[in-house]
Structure formats: structure tokens, C-alpha cells
Ligand binder design. Structure first.
Ligand code: SF4
Length: 276
């Protein structure tokens, strides 16, 4: 604290009017000429200033929360960018306040409609902490499920032989997942797994989530969610392969090596998948 500035870090924020809550990186309280402490939110960003106003809107939302909580008028705040090590002031003028309130309304419209807006891939996505959840490259692209699978999951698509399915139980890759899971369950029945910690549980869970994710993605009913869940299934398949590679290295399982080799090299289904 300096004589004319107090600093509060990680201050909780909320606005019942806008339906927002969160936490401010820093709120400085500046003493004005009349001796009143006026909040001055400061938002820290790792990167550099962006072309659009998204950071200003986030900062203004913090100011609107503080105004409602503390019943004061907040004229400005500041953004600090780590890459340029530059801090600059932001005026909360009528246009920015309106845009911030409109953004909050749009956000609640999406929540009420239980709809997630489609991500649009931009350069800033590469440094976004939501990248793995949001998957803007995979989900944001205008591509059919068949094209996506052909490109990313290496399914083989034969011209004129594209199959369609109305039940996940008929999808070859789900059936392969079930076979693989059953074989993994048989493998871990071997009593030597009982003395090797959690490895049996882990491979069991990973194997089970392959067909389960394919089924869940299929039942969700949208291409976007099907793709997301196929990614999860692919991740689980990788987990199974990785655990099998570990088992292969453990001397006590030496005689299981041939079986592990078969599981690790299961052929992918050659049939394509297209959801009705
Ligand atoms: S990854 Fe998603 S949330 Fe992050 S910037 Fe890109 S679109 Fe926005």
C-alpha cells in the first residue's frame, strides 16, 4: 500500500444484474481529491494487446461488478501485457459499457439455450488455456464427419461404399472397441496383475472408455460432439497402448509378450462411419 493507492489481489467479484461472478487479478483503490477510495481494476495478460476488444470487455465487466458491489462510479481501469511489459489505461465509456452488457446478455442466451458457440480458430487460440477443451481446429472447421475421420483417424473410405449407421452398436469401430476391452479384461485376469499395484484398474478403465466414448459421442446427436468424443476414445486407446508398453517391460509378464503384441497392433476397422 502506498499513501494514495491500496492494492487488493484476487478480489472476488459479482454482479446480480449482469449474472456474472469471478475474481479480479488486482484492484487498486486510488484516493481522489475528496479523500474517497475509487476502485481501479487491473487485468494482467501474458501475451500482447489483441486486435479486438475482448480484454477491454473483460476489464469493463470487472468494473461493472465493482460498481454494483461498492455503489461507486468507476471511470477507468488498466490492462497490463506481459509480452510487451506495457500497461495502458482503459476508459469505461458508454459504448464499452453497452458492449459489455450486451455480451453478458448473449452469454446468458447461450446458457439458457444450452448451446456452446462454435469455436473459431485464431492465432490467439494457440496460447489459450482452453485449447484442449475447446478444440477450435477440429470443431471449428466446416468438415463432414467422414472427411474428418478420413483425415484424422485414418479410417478408409471407399468410394460408393460409405456406410451409414443409426445405432452405435452397428458401428464397426465400436464393435472393435468392445472386442479390445473384452480381451483386456481377459488379460488382467492373470493373477500376477494382483501384485502390480493399480495397473490392472488403469488399463481396465482406459479400455472401457474407448467403446463408451464412441457410444456417447454417437448418442449425443451432433457432429461436433461426435468428433469430440471420438477424440476422447482415441486418447483412451493411446492410454491402453501406453500401459501395454509398460507391461511389456515388466519381467514377470515376459510370457505375455505375444498377446500384448496382438492387442497393441489391433487393425483399425476399414469401414467408414457416417451418422444418420
Ligand atoms: S481456444 Fe477456444 S476459447 Fe480459447 S481463444 Fe480459441 S476459440 Fe476462444
Amino acid at each position: 500500500m502506498r499513501n494514495d493507492v491500496r492494492i487488493e489481489r484476487g478480489m472476488p467479484l459479482r454482479s446480480t444484474e449482469l449474472g456474472l461472478n469471478g475474481k479480479a487479478d488486482v484492484v487498486e483503490f486510488h484516493k481522489d481529491e475528496s479523500g474517497c477510495w475509487i476502485p481501479f481494476p487491473v487485468e494482467y495478460k501474458r501475451g500482447k494487446p489483441k486486435m479486438d476488444d475482448c480484454d477491454k470487455i473483460q476489464l469493463c465487466a470487472q468494473a461493472l461488478c465493482l460498481e454494483e458491489m461498492l455503489n461507486v462510479k468507476i471511470p477507468s481501469g488498466a490492462l497490463f501485457y506481459g509480452k510487451t511489459r506495457h500497461r495502458f489505461d482503459v476508459e469505461f465509456d458508454d459504448a464499452l459499457c453497452k458492449e459489455t452488457k450486451d455480451t453478458a446478455v448473449r452469454l446468458h442466451d447461450f446458457i439458457d439455450a444450452r448451446k456452446t458457440p462454435k469455436p473459431v480458430y485464431m492465432a490467439k487460440c494457440d496460447s489459450c488455456s482452453f485449447f484442449d477443451i475447446c478444440m477450435p481446429k477440429a470443431i471449428g472447421r466446416k468438415t463432414s464427419v467422414v472427411d474428418y475421420l478420413k483425415e484424422n483417424l485414418k479410417f478408409e473410405i471407399c468410394k460408393g461404399d460409405i456406410m451409414t449407421f443409426d445405432r452405435f452398436e452397428n458401428v464397426p469401430v465400436w464393435q472393435d472397441g468392445i472386442k479390445l476391452t473384452t480381451e483386456v479384461f481377459k488379460l488382467i485376469e492373470d493373477k500376477r496383475f494382483r501384485f502390480k499395484g493399480d495397473i490392472a484398474n488403469q488399463i481396465q478403465r482406459a479400455a472401457l472408455s474407448i467403446p463408451n466414448n464412441i457410444a456417447e459421442g454417437f448418442e449425443r446427436g451432433t457432429t461436433q460432439e461426435l468428433i469430440a468424443f471420438l477424440y476422447y476414445a482415441r486418447g483412451s486407446a493411446g492410454e491402453v497402448r501406453s500401459i501395454l508398453a509398460v507391461i511389456e517391460q515388466i519381467p514377470v509378464f515376459d510370457d505375455l509378450k505375444s498377446e500384448i503384441f496382438i492387442y497393441s497392433n489391433k487393425k483399425r476397422s476399414k469401414k467408414s462411419l457416417k451418422k444418420h
